[in-house]
Design a protein around this ligand. Structure first.
Ligand code: ATP
Ligand code: MG
Length: 413
């Protein structure tokens, strides 16, 4: 075994897995563009404050999971644990508000110091979208429609369920939070250790606890419904009505809360039962207060991020996205001079956007066998003669026929 391994929680995306990632990326980009989204790429690291301010000190992502370090100039830097904070930072610092509404998408690695397990990595990949500057509930419907479209394009439509909830506005949320604390405080001793801490810092997270004991206690807790203003109710109804109209199946899950502090109104997750505990493949919601938190003008926002590692795992499990391999033109040579001439032919064919494989090792028979394994349909055969001349043939692998050819014929194969 090699002395060096990849760092715990990171993994190499070897060609077969990277191919699945790449197909997901390509389908996601294409769909996002059809919905009028434009790509943005922000740096992988930001000043730590960008995340502290936007995600909130009490979120798991900031309180326990960040990779933070002082750089050589003494600035506190954090590797991004998610994409929204950086996009919103760019929106503010680059003055993008003048182009509102902004419909943006991004893809790239994120970093969280979590306990590694299947579907949970320390470097993982997210594809995400953000709409900035639209306050309509119909914007929520459009981003959800895009999510649903992408999941269907990659063959996972039947494998995932959309769960949706509303957190109301900041006033509703505060009232609900207070009621929840009042209900849970007398039960504090029975809560899990994590939830005891949450009760102080981020009580709504308790609704989301995976602990069985917590789940029982939470079942009797007050429901968000009762604390929603008429406006918040109407907003949520417009979102769910829109989803029904577009025939996007969903379930309202009153216990769904998101871990990050910046959400309001709509929150949602696409979940699957096929990936064990790591079942959320796409998650997001509305974040009307975030831009202001990062020093911009008050601007509504809605978006989501999808864990591409989990999508890829789900695709592999279900053999979705099995793109047949392209078959090459094989270049099979005998002699070094013939090999160089083969490279020259391959180079010209590749310049015509054709896929060629030049076999460099093994005897002539071995090369033919390798070509066969790649389901090659056509090959250029090159034989170096004793006088140094090269004899060319074109072989049709289907019929087995070999025809003498000139160098120029080979370029037109
Ligand atoms: P979880 O509840 O699984 O920890 P989260 O709420 O922390 O997820 P978000 O911050 O909403 O996740 O990120 C959006 C998506 O990114 C998740 O739904 C998931 O698919 C993916 N994701 C989050 N953390 C990881 C990770 N460590 N490894 C792989 N994918 C991840
Ligand atoms: Mg998490």
């Amino acid at each position: 075994m090699s002395k060096y391994q990849s760092v715990r929680g990171t993994r190499d995306l070897l060609p077969a897995l990277k191919k699945t990632f790449r197909s997901i990326e390509a389908k996601a980009y294409n769909a996002a563009q059809n919905y009028g989204f434009k790509e943005i790429e922000t740096p992988i690291f930001e000043f730590s404050d960008v995340f502290h301010r936007s995600l909130g000190e009490t979120s798991d992502a900031v309180s326990k999971e960040t990779y933070t370090f002082a750089d050589r100039g003494g600035d506190s830097i954090t590797l991004r644990p998610e994409g929204t904070a950086g996009v919103v930072r760019a929106f503010v610092s680059e003055g993008l508000a003048q182009h509102n509404p902004n419909k943006l998408y991004y893809y790239g690695p994120m970093f969280r110091y979590e306990r590694p397990q299947k579907g949970r990595y320390r470097q993982f990949y997210q594809f995400g979208v953000e709409v900035l500057g639209l306050e309509n509930p119909q914007a929520d419907v459009e981003v959800l429609d895009l999510a649903w479209r992408i999941l269907n394009e990659i063959g996972l439509g039947g494998k995932v369920t959309l769960e949706i909830n509303t957190l109301g506005d900041q006033v509703d949320r505060k009232a609900y939070r207070d009621a929840l604390v009042q209900y849970l405080t007398p039960l504090k001793d029975q809560l899990s250790e994590d939830s005891k801490v949450r009760l102080e810092k981020n009580p709504m997270r308790i609704l989301d606890s995976k602990d069985e004991g917590d789940k029982k206690l939470v079942a009797g807790a007050p429901k968000m419904d009762a604390f929603l203003s008429e406006t918040s109710k109407a907003f949520f109804k417009a979102v769910t009505d829109g989803l029904s109209e577009l025939k996007i199946p969903f379930q309202v899950n009153p216990k769904l809360v998101r871990g990050l502090d910046y959400y309001c109104h709509t929150v949602f997750e696409f979940v699957t039962t096929e990936l064990g505990a790591q079942g959320t493949v796409l998650a997001g919601g509305r974040y009307d207060g975030l831009v202001e938190t990062l020093g911009g003008q008050k601007t509504p926002g809605v978006g989501w991020a999808s864990g591409v590692d989990r999508l890829a795992d789900l695709c592999e499990l279900n053999q979705a996205l099995q793109v047949p391999a392209k078959t090459p033109i094989a270049i099979i040579s005998l002699g070094d001079k013939a090999l160089v001439s083969g490279l020259k032919i391959a180079s010209a064919l590749r310049a015509q956007n054709k896929y060629c494989e030049v076999f460099m090792t093994g005897n002539f028979k071995k090369k033919l066998e390798k070509a066969n394994k790649l389901n090659t349909e056509k090959a250029v055969l090159l034989f170096e003669q004793e006088n140094g001349e090269i004899e060319y043939k074109i072989k049709d692998f289907k019929t087995g026929e070999e025809k003498p050819a000139s160098f120029e014929d080979c370029l037109k194969i």
